[in-house]
Design a protein around this ligand. Structure first.
Ligand code: 5GP
Ligand code: ZN
Length: 114
């Protein structure tokens, strides 16, 4: 299939992989929007949350679980998890993916937490 993320899943396009299992691959976003920016991508080609079927309803949960594991591996204390849905929702790649964003420093908060 002519899909960038399917090609990354099959290692036909290289990526910086944090980890993968039978269902999910976690790799660095090539144009990061945060100091730490990874994509959590299912091995199965599903276009978007808006086209998710009943049969695949567990997949977003698997992505969130993989993102939680990735955040722990990366030592992130706080982070954002984002699904962009459809062009008007900022989705460019039509293969379901969860953005893991983090790594910002917050001087005021860091002082408060100290
Ligand atoms: P979207 O806007 O569809 O939610 O996010 C797609 C993301 O995929 C963007 O943040 C973009 O930087 C990233 N991206 C696009 N092409 C590639 C690629 O070939 N490799 C990697 N690692 N990331 C990509
Ligand atoms: Zn795909």
């Amino acid at each position: 299939m002519d899909c960038i993320f399917c090609k990354i899943n099959r290692n036909e396009i290289s990526s910086e992989v944090l980890f993968e299992d039978v269902g999910v691959k976690v790799f660095k976003d090539v144009h990061p929007s945060a100091p730490v920016h990874f994509l959590v991508v299912p091995k199965k080609h599903i276009e978007s949350i808006s086209l998710l079927t009943e049969a695949d309803r567990d997949i977003p949960g698997a992505l969130v679980f993989a993102a939680k594991k990735a955040a722990h591996m990366l030592g992130l204390e706080g982070y954002k998890l984002i699904f962009n849905v459809g062009r008007r929702g900022g989705q460019i790649i039509d293969h379901l993916h969860l953005h893991l964003l983090g790594g910002w420093s917050n001087v005021a908060l860091d002082k408060e937490l100290r």
